[in-house]
Design a binder for this molecule. Structure first.
Ligand code: ADP
Ligand code: MG
Length: 728
């Protein structure tokens, strides 16, 4: 088969996609019945567990009370029965190792009996603890392979669920994953620790305001962007298969400039796929709510209703996995990479974040009364101060190779972390700094709010899409998060840095109360000082502009352009002091993560560079040489007839010869850079990737893309941008 026919066949397959019958929704159950039908929910527990057991497990879920093993046995038995009724044959501890993906090892419920038979068995011990061989997961040096044991520990705060497969179902139990010495090897452990510590200190503030709340949860709602392209194109692109992004591809005549895709009508096959994805997610209790076209052609977004951040994190992993699985049924391929296509927008994940108490009050919701407003302002200013102090850590939380294509590239926020408050709130904060100029004392009580916060609308209409961290009415939206990454890391950082400042505020105010000082005056002083100290992080202007880069530098804000500039901040003395003080990550855990991230960066670039070489040599070069031969032959034929060969034709041949030479010499240079890595540690290797290999890869791509504009279309081996993005 010639290349021509391979690409033609791909297009043929795409355009004749059999929509009939396959696009029918799999389930006709109303959402109310469907939602959570595969989840071991609170309702299920209440219905199936004896009351005292149910109460005990609620204590554990709500307050982290230790779980009695005898109780675990009863819960396990109920869970097993429930799962068997749903056809489960296996169970698995479902966890999130440092690969950034989820992991599962399935065990059958079967246990042999003395009589040679087998019964379904599942004990409390098996529910609470698993022992997967952990040697092949990244540990950043925490655990040598000879001490391979790690263990998974049940997280009762995230409900167990059933994963369906045409040939059976599996009970999945969300778990944390640790080394035998108790060190975190996963994303969930620090997340749970950070939620606990923020809760502890936020409750102290609430107490000062007379609240009886016992717990504060962080809430999260991640808006997930993604691409869907036809699977046949995908299979013809080794770069998409192995790197998740295109390493070659000339810009098509039409990209996103007409702005005709955003919020446009969703193509039928894609919509059918979305329906089925949502049905599957409803069964898993994932409250997905919004869907729409995004800015780039073939780009879309799915967003849930926010939840407790731990559950939201698990659910976002399920969203990514379910989308991928269901897309397959529709002949579509999900692309979660931050930048699958050059020249059009990449994908991010806006993480909406707030805090709520166990009475359901959102702590970042401006209040109606002066009392509420003072509390709101304390939490708001705590976040501002936290971000100002630890902007570098928020940057680290979104630093990885894929996101480097996005941050600072005029489509996503820049690498400089700043906060957008909107005009009204900015004005209020400035008043606070000026000493509460417009606030008034009435009857001895400082009416912080009545005049300071007169009519703060719930949803301030102004939006600044260019800001990496924006206050959007009753929550913050962290926009720099990458589309493929787990949201756990960014939330861990947010929780911990905010916990530190909330702790500081609480200590100061508790002392004031203890020494019989006036609380309101103390709050006013505290807010004023905090705003003064932190205001340089506030910026309402255009974050994409050149002027902001200069202004940010003048303000002394960190600007870590690449992953490698950013990662060392994870192990700075400041970071170590913060994370160890609050017990979120030990110094060893921080260093292990730092090593894992560096290594992952280096490995990613290494894979991309080898793919670049392979595609250049084995796909692009042969096509270009064929084309060169055809042009040369045409010229020779012309000469043979005795006709003069026009200058334009020999010029064409020369251009082609030159472009091929460029491709080959750029490929040679890249090969050399790949084959001779520097001696040194993982930081040296990662720097070599950034400073030598990435530029060398770009040069090969430029030469390849140049050839794409010269070589006959029917000889070109790779599906083009135009085909992948527009043929649906
Ligand atoms: P947009 O940002 O496009 O205006 P929405 O206001 O609908 O969209 O919210 C976007 C996301 O923010 C949704 O996932 C929503 O559930 C989430 N969200 C809303 N309130 C909160 C909150 N208090 N905490 C965390 N996430 C929230
Ligand atoms: Mg949003």
């Amino acid at each position: 088969m010639t290349y021509t026919r391979a690409r033609d066949a791909a297009i043929e397959a795409v355009t004749s996609w059999p929509s009939h019958g396959r696009c029918a929704p799999k389930s006709t159950l109303p959402i109310r019945q469907l939602f959570g039908s595969n989840v071991f929910t609170d309702d299920v527990m209440r219905a199936r567990l004896p009351e005292h057991i149910y109460k005990a497990i609620r204590e554990t879920i709500n307050k982290g009370a230790p779980l009695d093993p005898s109780i675990a046995d009863v819960v396990a038995a109920a869970m097993k029965e429930w799962a068997l009724e749903r056809g489960a044959t296996h169970y698995t501890h479902w966890f999130q190792p440092m690969t950034g993906l989820t992991a599962e090892k399935h065990d059958s419920f079967l246990a042999p009996t003395n009589g040679g038979g087998a019964v379904a068995d599942f004990s409390g011990k098996e529910l609470i603890k698993g022992e997967p061989d952990a040697s092949s997961f990244p540990s950043g040096g925490i655990r040598a392979t000879f001490e391979a044991r790690g263990y998974t520990a049940w997280d009762p705060t995230s409900p167990a669920f059933i994963l369906e497969n045409p040939n059976g179902t599996t009970l999945c139990i969300p778990t944390a994953f640790c080394s035998w010495t108790g060190e975190a090897l996963d994303k969930k452990t620090p997340l749970l620790r950070s939620m606990e510590v923020l809760s502890k200190h936020a409750v102290r503030i609430l107490r000062l305001f007379g609240s009886t709340a016992n717990q504060v949860y962080t809430t999260a709602g991640p808006e997930q962007e993604y691409f869907l392209i036809d699977k046949v194109f995908y299979f013809n692109r080794p770069d998409l298969i192995n790197a998740g992004r295109t390493l070659f591809g000339a810009k098509p005549p039409k990209g996103q400039e007409l702005e005709d895709h955003y919020f446009g009508a969703i193509p039928e096959r894609v919509l059918a796929c979305m329906h089925e994805t949502e049905t599957e997610l409803y069964k898993l209790g994932v409250p997905v709510k919004t869907r729409h076209n995004e800015v780039s052609p073939a780009q879309y977004e799915i967003a849930p209703i926010f939840e407790n951040a731990n559950v939201a994190t698990d659910h976002n992993m399920l969203v990514m996995e379910t989308m991928k699985r269901v897309a397959d049924r529709y002949g579509l391929q999900l692309l979660l990479h931050e930048k699958p296509f050059a020249g059009v927008n990449g994908s991010g994940k806006h993480v909406n974040w707030s805090m709520a108490d166990d009475h359901g009050n959102n702590l970042l919701k401006p209040g109606d009364t002066p009392h509420d407003n003072a509390q709101f302002l304390l939490f708001l200013v705590a976040v501002i101060k936290a971000v100002a102090k630890h902007a570098d850590l928020l940057r680290v939380a979104v630093a990885h190779a894929g996101n480097d294509h996005r941050l600072g590239a005029n489509e996503a926020p820049p690498a400089i972390v700043s906060i957008f408050l909107g005009d009204m709130l900015q004005d209020i904060v400035e008043q606070i700094e000026a000493g509460g100029a417009k606030s008034a004392m009435a009857g001895g009580e400082l009416k912080i709010g009545v005049t300071v916060l007169p009519t703060l609308p719930r949803d301030p209409g102004d939006r600044n899409r260019t800001s990496p961290f924006a206050f959007t009415g009753n929550k913050f939206e962290f926009r720099a998060v990458g589309s493929a990454q787990s949201i756990a890391g960014p939330i861990v950082v947010l929780n911990t840095i905010v916990a530190e400042i909330v702790d500081e505020f609480a200590t100061q105010l508790e002392q004031a109360v203890a020494t019989k000082k006036d609380l309101n005056t103390e709050i006013q002083k505290l807010l004023q000082a905090a705003v003064k100290e932190s205001k340089s992080v506030l910026f309402n202007g255009d974050n994409y502009s050149e002027a902001w880069q200069i202004e940010a530098e003048r303000r002394g804000l960190p600007n870590r352009r690449t992953t490698i500039d950013s990662l060392p901040d994870l192990v700075s003395p400041k970071a170590v002091a913060l994370f160890t003080k609050y017990g979120v990550l030990s110094e060893r855990e921080l260093h292990s993560r730092y090593e894992i991230f560096l290594e992952s960066y280096h490995k990613t670039i290494n894979i991309e560079s080898q793919l670049t070489i392979q595609i250049a040599q084995r796909m692009i070069l042969p096509a270009a040489l064929r084309h060169q031969a055809q042009v040369a032959e045409a010229i020779a034929n012309l000469k043979a007839t005795g006709a003069t060969v026009p200058k334009t034709q020999s010029a064409l041949l020369n251009e082609l010869v030159g472009a091929i030479e460029n491709l080959q010499s750029a490929t040679d240079q890249l090969t050399e850079a790949v084959e001779e890595p520097p001696r040194g540690d993982s930081l040296d290797l990662a720097k070599h990737s950034r400073d030598v290999i990435i530029p060398a890869m770009s040069a090969v791509r430029a030469a390849g893309d140049q050839l794409e504009t010269l070589v006959a279309d029917d000889l070109w081996p790779l599906p083009t941008y135009q085909e992948m993005l527009f043929i649906k």
